[in-house]
Design a protein around this ligand. Structure first.
Ligand SMILES: [Zn+2]
Length: 172
C-alpha cells in the first residue's frame, strides 16, 4: 500500500468523466488499497480515484470517524438509484480543495448501487453523512465538484485563490 499525491484544483483532471471498471484485476485491488491509505492519511471520509489522478469509477469511504473501528467501503461503478425529495444542507469539504468548506444542499436520503471487490452488486440506503458523502464522491466520477453547487461569485473566488497558489508554486 502507498499514499499517493492528491490532485488539487485547478488541475483539469478533476473535470474528467471516469471510465467504468469491467474487471477486478490486481491493479484495481492495489488502487483500492492505495486510495484507502491516502484517504485515512489525509484524513478524509471519502475519496474518488480521479483525486489521485486515476480516471476510473472507484470510490472509497469511511464515515465512521473513528480510528479504532474503521469501516472502509470500496465502491466500484457506484450510482444513485433513488433520491428523496427532501433536501438537507451540510457543510462539505473536499481533499482536492484543501481547507475550504461551504454549505451544500442535496437530497437528504439516497439509495445507491455499486459493485464490491468480490464482484457482487450491492444496493444500500443512506442518510446523514453517508448520503452526503456518496453523492459528493459519485459527482467526482462525473467531473463535478461541490463548488459547482455554490454561487458563481463564491466559486470564482475559490478558483482564483487556488489558481494563484498553483502559480506561486510553479514559480517557486
Ligand atoms: Zn471531493
Amino acid at each position: 500500500m502507498s499514499i499517493r499525491p492528491l490532485v488539487i484544483i485547478p488541475d483539469s483532471k478533476l473535470r474528467l468523466v471516469s471510465e467504468p471498471i469491467t474487471d477486478i484485476t490486481s491493479e484495481i485491488r492495489q488502487l483500492a488499497d492505495d486510495m484507502l491509505e491516502t484517504m485515512y492519511d489525509a484524513p478524509g471520509v471519502g475519496l474518488a480515484a480521479i483525486q489521485i489522478g486515476v480516471p476510473v469509477r472507484m470510490v472509497t469511504m469511511d464515515v465512521s470517524k473513528s480510528d479504532d473501528e474503521r469501516q472502509p467501503m470500496v465502491l466500484l461503478n457506484p450510482e444513485i438509484t433513488w433520491a428523496s425529495e427532501e433536501k438537507r444542507v451540510y457543510e462539505e469539504g473536499c481533499l482536492s480543495i484543501p481547507e475550504y468548506y461551504e454549505e451544500v444542499e442535496r437530497p437528504d436520503r439516497v439509495r445507491f448501487r455499486f459493485m464490491n471487490l468480490q464482484g457482487e452488486t450491492v444496493e444500500q440506503d443512506a442518510d446523514g453523512l453517508l448520503a452526503t458523502c456518496v453523492q459528493h464522491e459519485i459527482d467526482h466520477l462525473n467531473g463535478v465538484l461541490f463548488i459547482d453547487y455554490l454561487s458563481k461569485l463564491k466559486r470564482d473566488r475559490v478558483m482564483t485563490k487556488f489558481k494563484k497558489a498553483a502559480k506561486r508554486e510553479a514559480g517557486a
